[in-house]
Design a binder for this molecule. Sequence first.
Ligand code: FE2
Length: 425
Amino acid sequence: MLDLLITNATLPDGRTNMSIAVAGGKIAEVTQGMTAPGLETFDAKGNLVTPPFCDPHFHMDATLSYGNPRVNESGTLLEGIALWGELKPSLTQDAIIERALTYCDWAVARGLLAIRSHVDTSDPSMLAVEALLEVKRRVASYIDLQLVAFPQDGVLRSAGGVANLQRALDLGVDVVGGIPHFERTMSEGAASVKLLCEIAAERGKLVDMHCDETDDPMSRHIETLAFEAHRLGLQGRVNGSHCTSMHSMDNYYVSKLIPLIAQSGVSIIANPLINITLQGRHDSYPKRRGMTRVPELMAAGVNVAFGGDCVMDPWYGMGSADMLEVAHMGLHVAQMTSQGGIRACFDAVTVNAAKVMHLQGYGIEAGCDASFVILQAPDSMDAIRLRANRLRVFRRGKLLAQTPEAASSLSIADRPASTSFLLRR
Ligand code: FE2
């Protein structure tokens, strides 16, 4: 017994005039030209129907706090870190929850239905951890929220760092995080990677570390992470986030490093908006871009995804939960303007990100969850070019959000105001 039919859909792989039949929250059938008179039907009019956007790298405990207690005047990473330190003592659980729920509403309107968020575990009170665990419970019916235990101040550098991280995992945080380049020395950073991977292996958890988020060509933590993933049999379960130092590394060294990453089954997340903004700040001219080597990693078979990282927080005052904006920046920074490169940038915020997160039932094929977004664009290239309207956002067969069709594809500037929310918390 079918519940819903989407007709005349174009799929990301290029198939056109496709029908997607939905039953019981699952995709029952994907076939060409199917009709079902009497059944609730939505005509996609040849537009692209994609699985939902996924953000595999975000910081929901800080989002939408921009200007609190003051704005980042210099716009630098260092002032951002100082600002976060000023904000932390006044944080309340209610304020974190409220901001995060608002962000999740924005996300749904943008068809962003899966988010991996790091949560700072440095505070022994577990304030942010408990707040985001509550958010995870509250949004469960419309967003897959995965949490990473993130020792922002360094798991070895800060007093009680290991115990706090373990407590966060005990409370139900999903993934083991880390920040080896922020430990006191390169060797202590390497020790933190080994320790955290061992904790993940013991607990059966995934790993996602901020890794080498610097311009230092000698930073080597992604190498250690790949080695530990291989040593502990964690292939396919470990991710290195940022890895911006790879941009500056010696080419000979990278020719050895990328095969190691591929063999270790480690995925990589670049955060284009933030990497292009925060890296290269010590350069005069020429200024480095500071994003990791996306096309080279992809060519070697490494799963590479793009994350949003920050939206309106102490580090970054821009952003709007739009993963097409992230893909757009990634495409430019990595010069991925070939036809294959453009499609790969779209994959980086959809299927590749879902793979990093180990999402089940993701995709537009029979048996998958009936979760998809109808975009006002004929293909992934125009979707990125226009940061296209999300005409309809479905999750498990249920309509979550809709945006009226813009009369002209160039009139998307008024898109946010016209987005209507159908959310019920
Ligand atoms: Fe981050």
